[in-house]
Design a protein around this ligand. Structure first.
Ligand code: ADP
Ligand code: MP5
Ligand code: MG
Length: 734
């Protein structure tokens, strides 16, 4: 968690090493955080202290400040990690774990201390604790879940809502939460949803996480803020009013334009006095025009005569006259925070400052609170050659800091190497704070220095200290660097994506691709599929031991189902917006009757009229399909019909391949014709077409419609499980 920032509990990932499998926990966490997970809990009940420490270091590195990071149960490991400078934000404790009071005392007031609580007695005990002891409650389980075998009775969403209403603390819903529950839980006042298998076991954890983040964002916000959600820290000032005095970059990635985006992205009100104009793009600077310095002075006065300025960021000043105008305004106005980015050379290598102005720039240093030179600029200020090693860079920063009585942020962006360090050097107070992170492989580095310095100026006001401001600005810049190339701006060094974090957290969600939706939906029903595989009915099908009367009763029910399912597919055809989709669903409707149903009749004998009374799960499944069409129209209906293709195709192919037992490969298998029908490559092609059709619609839909489609899809998958299960138990007869 970042000091001064509200804790975002919305998508809470609990790790499970078993479910992450060969990919490893760190890879899954890294992807999940990229997809929008806001907090990660490392849960490893078996690791030794030493193993846990290694995992903590690795996860802290891949999370890289993008999400909060807590550890289940092991307060000792959190303390050991913190002693080694590993960034762990806190601990989550169960009722049987170390006492929350002890954790709060050991970790200090800013740490996260989460607590599992799911009974009125637990809530009563929490209410007795001093305020500020517990940060949030983990409340569950919502539904029965295989990822925690010893879980208490499921609360359901109503039970969760009751507990959330009875406490003043933010409540995270945990245990068996599916994507389809997210909106309802948010409306039930959840501060977030905890997810284990739906992300850890997903083929694409990033896409799965994004579905949850989108689902959360799309759910209607609570009518009034406040309860149930963590609040910003008390005493946070209002919106920082931040002025950039810098040059214009018409391509929008550096200079004034980058400053205004950075200030806005970090919650400030941005103002800009233009000191110079450049004609540049992502490849380089073509020319520079400097308006008269007197006109800059007029701009500055116009602002300060009217507006209280909280912070100033100074960038490209072009020449000595301009520098003098800014120096004399600063002496008069004395804004509380002044950050000077001593821009001399652009990322492209072009000079942005007259040579004779370099000396004038030094006169500004004592008027600044922080100066942020890159390696080349630091050497000019230190009047020496650029250092090539990090230690030399920090030494030069100390010289400049001592010589001018100003804090220096030495930036290592131009160093070669796998890590990118920065150092906040304050020779006056004799402190050096180093920051480091892995180098982000990207061409989008245009304007990094501009963006960083205006971000620090803004955050210095809202966070109240230099170290947290630099820390948070770096975290934000790193996220912006990671997403810069997605903007597709220019053929040279493109801009960073200033709003990457903001947009992905639901402001403006980028639409997922069809294959991302496909992976997320398949992952969403992973648990249901696993349960189908282990049903006695399916195991009996696989090894051929399923009693014929059970199989025939199943077929009779399925024949009834298929007659109605065919009508539902015809309805999809009727509702289809385009002719190819209309034809596809019509063909599926027909195949249902003359392919699948015919097979059933071959086996059972064509009864002419339907003699079978549908059993309860059959009726429920068909009701759901009809209701999906009536309620949600085409999009929801095709999502609801999909599991009947997808699950049968997947199961059929795996049975034929012998994945569920070798007997299914034998031509002597008693149900060989049934297996051949669903393992048939023609059925695979039809299924692929159905998946593609549904995913194309889902990826084009709004998050709200996509959420409803997923709920319909998941419900059908549940019905498939129930349909098989009905015929599974020995002795169960329809
Ligand atoms: N590839 C990268 N990966 C991670 N951080 C980077 C990368 N490039 C630059 N930075 C960071 O961007 C900021 C600007 O640094 P730098 O590139 O040295 O300055 P300038 O943009 O002024 O030349 C620093 O915080 C630096 O650590
Ligand atoms: C107008 C203007 N100001 C500053 C920079 C430096 O950019 P960087 O942030 O990459 O050092 C730039 N290219 N253009
Ligand atoms: Mg720079």
């Amino acid at each position: 968690m970042t000091p001064g920032h509200p804790l975002d509990l919305s998508v809470y990932l609990v790790t499970d090493a078993g479910l992450c499998g060969e990919r490893g926990v760190a890879d899954v966490v890294s992807e999940a955080v990229a997809g929008g997970v806001s907090i990660v809990q490392l849960r490893d009940k078996h690791a030794t202290s030493e193993q846990l420490l290694v995992q903590l270091a690795e996860l802290a590195r891949v999370i890289d400040g993008r999400a909060a990071f807590v550890v289940n149960d092991r307060l000792d490991a959190v303390l050991a990690a913190r002693r080694r400078g590993i960034r762990v934000d806190g601990v989550h404790l169960g009722q049987g774990d170390a006492a929350v009071l002890e954790a709060r005392a050991a970790l200090g007031p800013d740490a996260i201390v989460g607590l599992t609580a799911n009974t009125p007695a637990h809530l009563a005990a929490v209410a007795e604790l001093p305020p500020g002891t517990v940060t949030y409650l983990g409340v569950g389980v919502i539904r029965p879940t295989p990822t925690k075998l010893d879980h208490p009775p499921a609360l359901g969403i109503d039970g969760f809502a009751e507990i959330a209403a009875a406490t003043g603390l933010p409540c995270v819903a945990i245990g068996g939460v599916g994507l389809a529950d997210v909106a309802e839980l948010r409306r039930a006042d959840a501060a977030g949803v905890a997810v284990v298998s739906a992300i850890c076991a997903a083929p694409d954890p990033s896409a799965a996480a994004r579905e949850f983040a989108d689902g959360w964002a799309a759910a209607a916000p609570m009518p009034t803020g406040g309860r149930g959600r963590a609040e910003p820290v008390k005493g946070m000032p209002g919106v920082p009013r931040v002025l950039s005095i810098a040059g214009s970059d018409p391509s929008g990635g550096a200079g004034i334009q980058a400053d205004l985006k950075s200030i806005s992205a970090l919650g400030g009100y941005g103002m800009a006095a233009i000191a110079a104009l450049t004609a540049q793009n992502t490849r380089g600077v073509r020319s520079v025009h400097v308006p008269p310095a007197a006109f800059l002075a007029e701009q500055l006065d116009a602002i300060s005569d009217d507006i209280d300025i909280d912070a100033v960021k100074i960038g490209m000043l072009a020449n000595a006259d301009v520098i003098d105008a800014v120096a004399s305004w600063l002496r008069r106005v004395r804004p509380p925070v002044v950050v000077l980015d001593p821009v001399m050379v652009a990322t492209s290598g072009d000079r942005l400052l007259d040579l004779d102005a370099e000396r004038a720039l030094r006169s500004l240093l004592p008027l600044a609170d922080l100066v942020t030179p890159n390696i080349a600029e630091l050497a000019v200020l230190a009047e020496t050659e650029p250092a090539t090693a990090w230690t030399g860079i920090v030494a030069q920063a100390e010289v400049v800091s001592a010589g001018y009585g100003v804090r220096v942020l030495a930036k290592g962006g131009h160093l070669d190497g796998a890590t990118v360090p920065d150092a906040l050097v304050d020779a006056v107070n004799a402190t050096i704070v180093e920051f480091s992170g892995d180098r982000i492989e990207t061409t989008a580095t245009h304007g990094t220095g501009c963006s960083l310095s205006s971000a620090i100026a803004t955050l210095r006001i809202s966070l109240g200290g230099w170290e947290p401001a630099v820390d948070e600005a770096r975290r934000w810049l790193r996220e912006s660097l990671r997403h810069g190339e997605e903007l597709h701006v220019g053929g040279g060094h493109g801009p960073v994506h200033h709003f990457a974090g903001l947009w992905s957290r639901g402001g403006i969600a980028t639409a997922p691709t069809a294959s991302e939706v496909e992976a997320a939906w398949w992952g969403e029903i992973a648990e249901l599929r696993a349960r189908i595989d282990s049903l006695p009915f399916v195991r009996g099908l696989a090894d051929g031991t399923l009693p014929p009367d059970v199989f025939e009763e199943y077929l009779a029910q399925d024949a009834h189902y298929l007659r109605s399912y065919s009508r539902v597919l015809a309805e999809a055809s009727r509702l289809a917006p385009e002719a190819p989709e209309q034809a596809f669903w019509a063909a599926c409707a027909q195949h249902c009757l003359d392919g699948e149903l015919e097979h059933h009749h071959d086996r059972l004998g064509d009864p002419g009229v339907d003699p079978v009374r549908p059993n309860a799960v059959n009726t429920a499944y068909l009701d759901h399909l009809v209701a999906s069409a009536a309620r949600g129209g085409y999009a929801e209906l095709i999502a609801a019909v999909l599991p009947c293709f997808w699950i049968y195709d997947d199961l059929g192919r795996r049975l034929i391949a012998g994945d569920l037992g070798p007997a299914a490969r034998s031509p002597e298998h008693p149900y060989a014709d049934w297996l051949a029908m669903y393992g048939d490559p023609a059925f695979e092609i039809t299924t692929r077409q159905a998946i593609d059709t549904v995913m194309a619609v889902a990826s084009r839909s709004t998050p709200e419609v996509r959420g409803r489609m997923l709920r319909a899809f998941r419900r059908s998958a549940e019905c498939e499980l129930a349909f098989f299960a009905f015929h599974a138990a020995p002795g169960c007869r329809t």
